[in-house]
Design a binder for this molecule. Structure first.
Ligand code: NAD
Length: 354
């Protein structure tokens, strides 16, 4: 199991160090894990003048999976766009062909009060958003700003999805739904957009191959509303890049704790990039107060999706759950009466629970 480890910027190195402790435990228990480190984002720019240096690209392509911390920092905000840390992220996603982004939103019973929604609305919540990641209006050409014949300026983008793009991400969604609650809701805007009408047609075709899964279709405006009205109606939500970008952030806030949310981005062979949903949190970097659990839970997703070791994934998730049951909390999820710890101590607590 060759894992490329890219700590990145801000809190990235601190949180990735805790996930590495977990991987060390798994290695000492017999898994053949090999970790190799490289730079990305601002760290890549500082070390090699490139947010996705060639050595990092090579390592990431050779590895079976990539563990990433986060990228970004105020000191890089004035760099020209191609040198910005976020370009490193876009280039690694594109370069590795990571077309399926998986973002679970789960509410642990111990953290039910962290949500801004009522406990009865979110307790027991366990949904997974499958977002297409390499197509849609984010990548469509032509795009730009042009001047019309009447002299008025106009901004424009192009939305399109090809059949193969929809089909492959739909299969990912259905295969995951088969292993979960066997419900899949495909989200689109088929009442207005031709791209969405086509999306719905293809998803409906793929659905016939998975008769055990209950399929529904929902317009994105309704889905945005249902996610806060009755989020527990969802199991797997399948959607395109633009709608998924927005809905996955909305769903993540149902849990109330950005420091708890892992993510996976997969290619067609289940090779994956695993990272927390949050950013580099420069406001708290270097203070040993960041929550490393999202990164540790990203390792659990790696064991599940790339290495097909659900028992190991369950073991990591169980250890995180146990730590929460013990009342151990980082600042972002702290409630009075709990034991407040720093980033490294949280990593140690998970290792002890493992
Ligand atoms: P952010 O997610 O970094 O931080 C938002 C807030 O959440 C901050 O108050 C931060 O302190 C807090 N927070 C985030 N992660 C936390 C954790 N693990 N534990 C405790 N608190 C945590 O988002 P932002 O402030 O909008 O962006 C900061 C930088 O991160 C920017 O440069 C942005 O471009 C970048 N960014 C990177 C990624 C990524 O690498 N995937 C994603 C989003 C933002």
């Amino acid at each position: 199991m060759k894992i490329a480890v890219l700590p990145g910027d801000g809190i990235g190195p601190e949180i990735v160090a805790q996930a590495a402790k977990v991987l060390e435990v798994l290695r000492s228990d017999g898994l053949k894990i090999e970790l190799e480190y490289a730079t990305i984002g601002g760290a890549g720019y500082d070390a090699a003048g490139d947010p996705f240096p060639p050595a990092t690209e090579k390592l990431s392509k050779e590895a079976d999976a990539v563990l990433l911390g986060a990228v970004g920092g105020y000191q890089y905000d004035t760099l020209p766009r191609p040198m910005r840390p976020e370009q490193g992220l876009l280039r690694i996603r594109k370069g590795l062909g990571l077309f399926a982004n998986l973002r679970p939103a789960m509410v642990y019973p111990e953290l039910v009060n962290a949500s801004t929604l009522r406990a009865d609305i979110v307790s027991g919540l366990d949904i997974l958003i499958v977002r297409e990641l390499t197509g849609d209006v984010y990548f469509g050409q032509p795009r730009g700003i042009r001047t019309l014949e009447n002299g008025e300026r106009q901004g424009f983008d192009t939305m399109h999805y090809s059949e193969s793009e929809v089909r492959r991400v739909a299969h990912v969604g259905y295969q995951i739904a088969m292993k979960r609650g066997r419900k899949l809701c495909s989200v689109d805007k088929a009442n207005v957009l031709d791209t969405s009408m086509f999306w719905r047609e293809i998803v409906s075709e793929v659905a016939k191959e998975y008769p055990q899964v209950e399929t529904s279709h929902m317009y994105v405006d309704n889905a945005a509303m249902q996610l806060v009205r009755a989020p527990k109606q969802f199991d797997v939500v399948l959607t395109g890049n633009l709608f998924g970008d927005i809905l996955s952030d909305e769903a993540s806030m149902l849990t109330g704790s950005i420091g708890m949310l892992p993510s996976a981005s997969l290619d067609s062979n289940n090779k994956g990039l695993y990272e927390p949903c949050h950013g580099s949190a420069p406001d708290i970097a270097g203070k040993d107060i960041a929550n490393p659990l999202a990164t540790i839970l990203s390792v659990a997703m790696m064991m599940q999706y790339t290495f097909n070791l659900p028992d190991v994934a369950n073991r990591i998730e169980g250890a995180v759950h146990k730590v929460l049951q013990q009342g151990i909390r980082t600042g972002d999820i702290y409630e009075s009466g709990m034991r407040r710890v720093g980033c490294a101590a949280m990593g140690d607590a998970v290792v002890a629970a493992l």
